[in-house]
Design a binder for this molecule. Structure first.
Ligand SMILES: NC(=O)c1ccc[n+]([C@@H]2O[C@H](COP(=O)([O-])OP(=O)(O)OC[C@H]3O[C@@H](n4cnc5c(N)ncnc54)[C@H](O)[C@@H]3O)[C@@H](O)[C@H]2O)c1
Length: 392
């Protein structure tokens, strides 16, 4: 089993989840890390017993004993840093959303296709057994002609950096400069990408939508507390073959439930549900159809089946999450890999469509989204270690 030597850029909150996952991937070896916050970096190095620590990513990328780099920075730094990583000849795993604008995401996607290095984007939910089973059912025609799907994301009052302040969530989440966008891009990326994956990544035609900032913070407009991005995004997208998708994604809303995500076809529908597995909630599925004159519901226990699947089909461990899959592909254990960057790009396209439609006050076609999307990525970053210039 070939070892894959990994370095991380950004040792903030999400880096710890990444480290936990690498600790469960036998041939992933984290060898170095970089952060401009020296104190945070050193505490991180201490915790994981990693001695190769850098405050300047350029120094770290010069090392020739690093195969792959994991970018754990904020949204508007994803593309600039991922480009630096690929240009340095390393494989790149990038946090979600792929970028804060479709234009930036497309630039990165196209560049990655020109190098012989692998780009993967963190998209957890497509790796759920729930998603694999649903996708297979759609592919096998068990739902008939699939004509509508619903993407749901509900946080009642959980604006990161505001309702849940640092150190749990940095305030960068609510700034235009670093995050670019709010709920729609931050959490929508998980829910929308899961449905697009299940639906076989259909081709977008047009979108209408709206983004909102209405909920106050501590009795005052949230903007006064530094909230610069949307807390809610809603949209309606039309894809090829008459497929439609509606989206609602919230960080804050005066509502306690929005119902389940689902997809429906001429022969059957799938509701994305949850089940208890050893007392913990796991993603599951309900198939709704008719048999003769009767309505029939079938619970597909994708949560509890996941364990059995793992025993019967050992390679399924490569699909435990996107890091496991990426490392397995880099080490040659997995011969084919789903293109998460393509799925992330298609998710950016519809999110950007909702945002631009809201700005323009009308429905927008896919060619308009592609033409109007503007780069928001950081090109110059002042740090105490000097100015980083991202040249792209
Ligand atoms: N926090 C979460 O629960 C969570 C979950 C999933 C995904 N994410 C995504 O992960 C990304 C990072 O989120 P986070 O919560 O870890 O943020 P964070 O603010 O905790 O960490 C970001 C780190 O990047 C460092 N940094 C900034 N510029 C740098 C540079 N040029 N070189 C090296 N280090 C640099 C900062 O000092 C900071 O330590 C975001 O895009 C977010 O959407 C976060």
């Amino acid at each position: 089993m070939k070892e894959v030597r990994v370095a991380l850029i950004g040792t903030g909150v999400i880096s710890h989840q990444h480290m936990e996952r690498y600790s469960n991937i036998p041939n992933a070896k984290v060898v170095a890390a970089c952060d401009i916050d020296k104190a945070k970096l050193e505490a991180w190095g201490e915790k994981y017993q990693i001695k190769e620590l850098y405050t300047d990513y350029r120094e770290m990328l010069k090392r020739d004993d690093i195969d792959a780099v994991d970018v754990c920075l904020h949204n508007n730094l994803h593309v600039p840093m991922a480009l630096e990583v690929l240009k340095a000849g390393k494989h790149c795993y990038c946090e979600k959303p792929m970028a804060a604008s479709y234009a930036d995401a497309k630039l990165l996607y196209d560049f990655a296709k020109t190098c012989d290095k692998e780009l993967s984007v963190h998209l957890d939910m497509m790796f759920y057994p729930q998603s694999r089973v649903a996708r297979k059912m759609v592919e096998d025609g068990e739902l008939g002609h699939v004509y509508h799907a619903r993407s749901i994301g509900l946080r009642r009052r959980m604006r990161p950096g505001l309702d849940v302040p640092p150190p749990m969530f940095s305030r960068d989440f609510i700034t235009k400069k670093w995050a670019g966008h709010g709920a729609l891009y931050d959490m929508g990326v998980y829910h929308i990408s899961q449905l697009l994956y299940i639906l076989g990544t259909p081709k977008l035609e047009r979108v209408t939508g709206h983004t909102y900032q209405e909920i106050s913070y501590n009795g005052k407009p949230a903007a006064e507390a530094g909230m610069e991005v949307e807390e809610l995004g809603v949209g309606f997208a039309t894809y090829e073959n008459g497929l439609t998708l509606d989206v609602i994604e919230s960080w804050a809303i005066h509502m306690d439930e929005l119902g389940p995500a689902f997809l429906v076809g001429s022969k059957g529908g799938l509701r994305l549900t949850e089940e208890k597995v050893f007392g913990r909630s796991a993603p599951s599925l309900k198939f709704l159809t008719t048999k003769g004159t009767a309505d029939v519901d079938i619970d597909l226990k994708t949560g509890s089946n996941a364990m059995t699947e793992g025993f019967l089909d050992p390679p399924s461990r490569f699909y435990a999450n996107d890091q496991a899959c990426w490392i397995a592909y880099l080490s040659g254990e997995l011969k084919e890999r789903y293109d998460t960057a393509w799925l992330a790009l298609q998710t950016m396209l519809v999110s950007e469509g909702i945002f631009l439609s809201s700005e323009l006050g009308r429905e927008i076609r896919v060619d308009e989204i592609e033409a109007l999307s503007q780069s928001t990525a950081i090109r110059e970053q002042e740090t105490e270690w000097g100015t980083f210039r991202y040249d792209f």
